[in-house]
Design a protein around this ligand. Sequence first.
Ligand code: CP
Length: 305
Amino acid sequence: MKDLLGLRETDAERIQSILATTAEMKKILNQNVKKTNHLSNKSVATLFYENSTRTRTSFEIAARFMGAVLSSISVAQSSVQKGETLIDTGKTLDALCTDVVIMRHNVSGAPHFLAKNIKASVINGGDGMNEHPTQALLDIFTIKEEKKELKGLKVAIIGDVKHSRVARSNIWGMTKLGANVTVCAPHTLLPQYIEMTKARVTTNADKAVDGADVVVALRLQSERMKAGLIPSLSEYNELYGINEKRLLRAEKNVMIMHPGPMNRGVEINGDVADAHNSFIERQVTNGVAVRMAVLFLLTRSERGD
Ligand code: CP
């Protein structure tokens, strides 16, 4: 495996292998001294053309914990602003002996294009409305930690499914591991690709939550909307927001998840986000372990281990 670009093209066996390695990395995270030499002599670069808090920081923390040399390229201050192309930026990173490039871009497919044109491994940190594989892996890992298996679980993914690369990666990953995934959004926020997947679809949030073991709330991505796709935020919250009343329909031990960043009072109410069964902070912590695992596995194959 040279690159990690999406879960659509990643089979269940490989997903399970990444999850097993993540469990080992989580043990390191729980130690007092969070240091390994898994990436000593490796060079890792983050190349983010879009804003990020969680993904970028957790990749950078993961690389540092594992002893890598880390370059954090801020696109706003880089030669991209002088007209440098994506390929030339990638080739420059190759010439600087970079082993792994972690990239986020607002264009779907940009990391795939880069991966075809450079020697370094490329990890997709989110591309347009396409995929965000490490977010889905950390979501799946968090569910497995709590529920042991994905197989047979009822997972409801509710919100702006159309614009969500997290939803897309989660649908591919979770259904491959045997979860029963239901996606829920108003008609205007449902993507066409959903018909190609094994996910069930509803526009009724109460029905989506009925008997759910896991509820994943998605942010309303107004920055990707060309026109008003919802009548008002308050009506959206009423019909699709995750609140205590709606959650009474779910299983007693339902897990509440959100990939972040959250809009409290829109797709999720504050009391639910902070409740005892909210796993939102655990998701962030597990993000570091997943990213350590992915960095290790990609550079391991390069070393021929
Ligand atoms: N979940 C996620 O991708 O968050 P960031 O945009 O903060 O990286």
